[in-house]
Design a protein around this ligand. Structure first.
Ligand SMILES: [Zn+2]
Length: 204
């Protein structure tokens, strides 16, 4: 099973419903969810490092599919399962590789509904919800997906903190913090979700 996730999720996507997705001319990070598209656009406007990554990935012809759990189609030995995304999780990343380990696309699943619901319970300002989406995308897309897409194979794995090691030393956290710094979204210093606004509601 090929799986890489924010920590706890294991998914094996074999297909993603991409009908109606934004045209690929829009760039290598593809979504059809309006909130995710808006967040991707805000990050691109505010972060030069993100724009550089967009250009570099575009040159490879590879793509990141940024989807919600409903869009993930999973099959296992028993046939098609409704979804293998653990809906208690915020997000997950899974490189879609062939038998030789080549990666042509990376699936980024973001549980927008869960994040939005948490903010509604908190009576957050819209800006707080938007900032959390940007933090999640900075980690999942720039932290995990982009290195796979640039490498073109599973050697592009950019790891989360290993147990007992400082989070700030982890590849994915360091990359996330590059984007956060450019967007003034705070600095992540741990491997948990506590730096998200919605962490006040999550039991992590
Ligand atoms: Zn991660």
């Amino acid at each position: 099973m090929l799986a890489l996730a924010i920590g706890l999720v294991a998914v094996m996507p074999v297909g993603v419903r991409t009908e109606g997705s934004a045209r690929s001319e829009a760039g290598p990070f593809i979504t059809r969810h309006p909130e995710l598209q808006a967040a991707l656009d805000r990050i691109a406007r505010g972060s030069a490092s993100w724009r550089a990554a967009l250009a570099a990935v575009a040159g490879t012809g590879r793509t990141a599919l940024v989807v919600t759990p409903d869009e993930v189609v999973v099959t296992d030995a028993g046939g098609t399962a409704p979804s293998a995304f653990d809906r208690s999780e915020v997000a997950a990343v899974s490189p879609m590789s062939d038998d030789t380990g080549r990666v042509r696309a990376v699936l980024v699943v973001v549980n927008v509904d869960q994040i939005q619901a948490a903010h509604e319970r908190l009576s957050s300002l819209p800006g707080e919800f938007h900032a959390d989406l940007e933090r999640v995308l900075a980690h999942e897309v720039y932290g995990h997906a982009v290195p796979y897409l640039l490498a073109g194979d599973l050697s592009g794995r950019c790891a989360d903190p290993a147990p007992g090691t400082p989070a700030a030393h982890a590849c994915a956290i360091q990359r996330e913090n590059v984007i956060r710094a450019e967007l003034r979204l705070g600095r992540r210093i741990d491997g948990t979700l506590s730096s998200l606004s919605l962490a006040r509601l999550l039991r992590h």
